[in-house]
Ligand binder design. Structure first.
Ligand code: NAD
Ligand code: UDP
Length: 326
């Protein structure tokens, strides 16, 4: 099963009604692949793929991947994204998050096995935990607290990587692991608790912008179109990964808050709030491997990406209802 790159005619996207997943469904359809989106709307929404309803090349299957599931017909690739992803969400759904990494990944792998399909796991920069190596390179094994407040997500993803690597090494599956770094863009939920949607929502409403700690911790933000291009490049390559997908432009969270405030033309004040437990101090991807093996690099600069995201959030606020708000 491994090594060959078959054409992408029909793909399954678990978590396809979520933020990243719905953009992936769009780009797959743009490229002519039929898409089966499997989602239980735990943290996603049918609104995110409503524009694809009626498209004969798009099918929405409402199912919990933590239980065994199947898809009829041939499948060339299984993209496994289903999992809560924001710290707020995985704290609300700790067991479902652990199960999505373990049971959900196993069931998605088994589907790929039955279909002889390539399997792609969206892992995360969180496998590096609070990193002691900076920037983070794929060979770094990480610094994760196995019983800490982020452990349900970090350890689930680490287990999902082990499960994926084991299916590749011992069972001959064709797999690739991508480690996504902080991604932002339209269709994030305003209340998902992540910095970008929280700051934009606060700045647009003129409410205080809640910066955790002194805001000196760093993140490196990648626009969703770039992230999805990286995911697709990895799927089309024969590479096993892991491959970091992210934008190495690093900034402090205080700088991000100021940037969002300026771009929103807001006068909202900053409110410093307590830092969550085990919040990583630094994060920046080394994307040398992605450049070398995929020829991929992000192209959307922060101001352009934030402006597009702010426009989308502003339109949601102006709409008679905000379907993505949860
Ligand atoms: P999201 O919460 O918007 O999307 C996740 C989707 O998975 C949702 O639609 C949700 O309903 C679905 N889902 C969750 N559990 C499920 C289950 N048991 N069965 C079926 N569907 C289920 O999150 P996102 O930001 O789009 O993240 C997508 C993937 O990318 C996740 O695997 C996440 O770990 C990974 N990732 C995202 C980022 C980021 O910055 N957005 C960074 C690193 C990794
Ligand atoms: N953060 C913040 N204010 C908020 C939400 C988040 O200062 O209202 C901080 C958070 O503590 C972290 C950074 O922003 O240091 C990125 O948080 P996010 O949840 O977006 O992503 P992650 O922590 O998963 O990288």
């Amino acid at each position: 099963m491994s090594g060959t790159v078959s054409p992408l005619r029909r793909a399954v996207v678990t978590g396809g009604a979520g933020f990243v997943g719905s953009h992936l469904c769009d780009r797959l359809r743009d490229g002519g692949a039929a898409v089966v989106c499997v989602d239980n709307f735990l943290t996603g929404s049918p609104e995110n793929v409503a524009h694809l309803a009626g498209d004969p090349g798009f099918e929405l299957v409402v199912a919990d991947v933590n239980e065994p599931f199947d898809v009829e017909g041939p499948v060339d690739a299984v993209f496994h994204l289903a999992s809560p992803a924001s710290p707020h969400d995985y704290a609300r759904h700790p067991l479902a998050t652990l199960k999505a990494g373990a049971h959900g990944t196993l069931h998605a792998l088994e589907l790929a096995g039955r279909k002889d399909a390539r399997f792609l796991l969206t892992s995360t920069s969180e496998v590096y935990g609070d990193p002691k190596v900076h920037p983070q390179v794929e060979s770094y094994w990480g610094n994760v607290n196995p019983i800490g407040p982020r452990s349900q997500y970090d350890e689930a993803k680490r287990f999902a990587e082990a499960l994926t690597a084991t299916h590749r090494e011992h069972l001959g599956f064709d797999t690739v692991i991508v480690r996504l770094f902080n991604t932002y863009g339209p269709r994030m939920r305003p209340l998902d608790g992540r910095a970008v949607p929280t700051f934009i929502t606060q700045a647009l409403a003129g409410r205080p912008i809640t910066v955790a700690g002194d805001g000196s911790q760093t993140r490196s933000l990648c626009y969703v179109d770039d992230t999805v291009a990286g995911i697709l490049a990895a799927a089309r390559s024969g590479h096993p990964g892991p491959i970091n997908i992210g934008n190495p432009a690093e900034m402090t969270i205080l700088e991000l808050a100021e940037r969002v405030r300026d771009l929103c033309r807001s006068t909202a004040p900053t409110r410093f709030v307590p830092r969550p437990g085990d919040d990583p101090d630094l994060r920046r991807p080394d994307i040398g491997r992605a450049a070398e093996v995929l020829g991929w690099a992000p192209v959307v600069d922060l101001d352009k990406g934030l402006a597009a995201t702010i426009d989308w959030f502003a339109a949601q606020v102006a709409a008679p209802h905000t379907p993505s708000a949860q």
